[in-house]
Design a protein around this ligand. Sequence first.
Ligand code: FES
Length: 94
Amino acid sequence: MFLCTGPRCTQRGALQLWKTLRRHLLAHDRIETPGGVLLTRTHCQFPCNLGPIETVYPEACWYGVRSHADAQRLVEEHLVGGELVEDLLIRARP
Ligand code: FES
């Protein structure tokens, strides 16, 4: 998964969301473990006005993660539960 830490997403709280994503992934044993999630940062992914942007592969889902609650839902519903978080989705390719 790729969290945008470009200038606009950072201005909208991406760095704090990074910590929240990481904390919830750790709580669910989904990071720093074999077969777990790789969480990394990118520069601008371009739909800046919808950010902070988080893209998840291999599903090619683009999410607008605008709060700590959104970050928690993304981890719990998509990365643990395996379901798309439809209301956060910007674009998905099944
Ligand atoms: S700064 Fe994040 S999408 Fe542009």
